[in-house]
Design a binder for this molecule. Structure first.
Ligand code: ASP
Ligand code: MG
Length: 405
């Protein structure tokens, strides 16, 4: 008998028919002898709709009340799920995040889990019941309801799996696993059967939307294996574990892309100790989240520094750079919101020379100019113009033969 935590995303429980289909599936798993804890998201697009309604009602949208509102979505979904299970003779019991023992900090709309005290959930399992927990929610150290942020249900599931010592945490969604690239860009993209945490983390950090990055970090830090799979076909999906020696090390496992950032360039910066420190401290103090940074070799004592920031931080970043331009004696500040980043990820890259060379050749052969480059031991990324992103992804996916099994 295995203990499984099964999390069902919004599309998996989007309407009454879907809720019944999931309940039917879970009843089948129980008949095979497994013990199951469920985590459910809000139905379909309900979280978006609740946020939209709040925007129509209020300008201030106090965080405490936003969390009270948003968490209602998951609360509804888990109650309905328990009813569908009851019809199938399954004794199920719903829990809000608070009832399930998720203690969080007080950062409303994006709370962090401080502690999991899910004893009630454990007792329910021991009594032969199926606990159904509302995802992405908890109770703060000040006893208020909190929301863990968008995609937070994945984190709820992983945290429960670790508390309960579950055999695996299964994340059921509307795709059948993690793919070699976004199938909306490249229809030939293939499902990856096995993946290491390091690879998935690089993928989620560079544009792969699911699972939520925070939950992957949590799973990685706490040694919880993940299985990303479909709530529609129920087929085997993508197994995510620590890298083990038997795992086939693909040189390149996936191509990701990200259009969420913009580029800022400060040119004619004096090449002296302390200048970069001053500029980036100023950005940090204004809460700007800097990602890639490139500094040129200096020419006659001056250099250029470029960096990327999320689009929503661009105005603040250019303001800060302009404010400091004269102080550090730089010449010019410019920005470009129309950029995108294309990345290759694969653990085998560590021991195979030539990956970067091939990547640059593929981009060159397609007339795509590289504006910035960054690497980790298992990733190579290039910043290119936004309009070139999809073509770069397609060409790289083909060149590295990710469309072939
Ligand atoms: N329903 C919430 C969202 O869409 C939380 C979650 O399910 O992960 O972000
Ligand atoms: Mg952009």
């Amino acid at each position: 008998m295995a203990l499984l935590v099964q999390k069902f995303g919004g599309t998996a429980v989007a309407d009454p028919e879907r809720i019944r289909a999931v309940a039917e599936y879970v009843a089948g798993c129980l008949r095979r002898g497994d013990a199951i804890v469920m985590v459910v998201s809000a139905m379909g697009k309900e979280t978006d709709e609740l946020i939209r309604t709040a925007q129509e009602v209020s300008e201030t949208k106090p965080g405490r009340e936003m969390d009270m509102l948003i968490t209602a979505g998951e609360r509804k979904a888990c109650a309905l799920m328990c009813m569908a299970l009851a019809d199938r003779g399954v004794e199920a019991v719903s829990f809000t995040g608070s009832q399930a023992g998720f203690i969080t900090d007080t950062t409303h709309t994006n709370a962090k889990i401080l502690e999991v005290r899910a004893d009630r959930v454990r007792t329910a399992i021991e009594a032969g019941k199926v606990p159904v927990v509302g995802g992405a929610q908890g109770v703060s150290t000040e006893n208020d309801v909190t929301f863990l942020g968008r995609g937070g249900s994945d984190t709820t599931a992983v945290a429960l799996a670790e508390f309960l010592g579950a055999d695996i945490c299964e994340l059921y969604t509307d795709v059948s696993g993690v793919f070699t690239t976004d199938p909306r860009i490249v229809p030939e993209a293939r499902k990856i059967p096995r993946l290491s945490f390091d690879e998935l983390l690089e993928m989620t950090a560079t544009g792969c939307p699911k699972p939520a990055m925070r939950s992957v970090e949590y799973a990685h830090n706490h040694g919880v294996d993940l299985h990303v799979r479909s709530a529609f076909t129920w087929e085997q999906g993508t197994l995510v574990t620590e890298e083990d020696p038997e795992m086939e090390q693909a040189i390149i496992r996936a191509v990701t892309s990200d259009r969420s950032e913009a580029k800022v360039t400060v040119s004619g910066v004096p090449d002296r100790p302390g200048i970069a420190a001053k500029l980036f401290r100023a950005l940090a103090d204004r809460g700007v989240n800097v990602d890639m940074i490139v500094q040129n070799v200096s020419d006659h004592g001056v250099t250029d520094i470029s960096f990327t920031v999320p689009h929503e931080d661009l105005d603040r970043a250019t303001e800060v750079m302009e404010a400091y331009r004269d102080e550090v004696g730089a010449k010019d500040v410019s920005s470009d919101p129309r950029i995108g980043r294309v990345s290759l990820i694969g653990a085998g890259m560590k021991s195979h020379p030539g990956v970067a060379a091939t990547m640059f050749e593929v981009l060159a052969a397609n007339g795509i100019n590289i504006e910035m480059i960054s690497t980790s031991s298992i990733r190579t990324s290039c910043v290119v113009q936004e309009e070139d992103v999809d073509r770069a992804v397609e060409e790289l996916h083909r060149a590295f033969e990710l469309d072939e099994s």
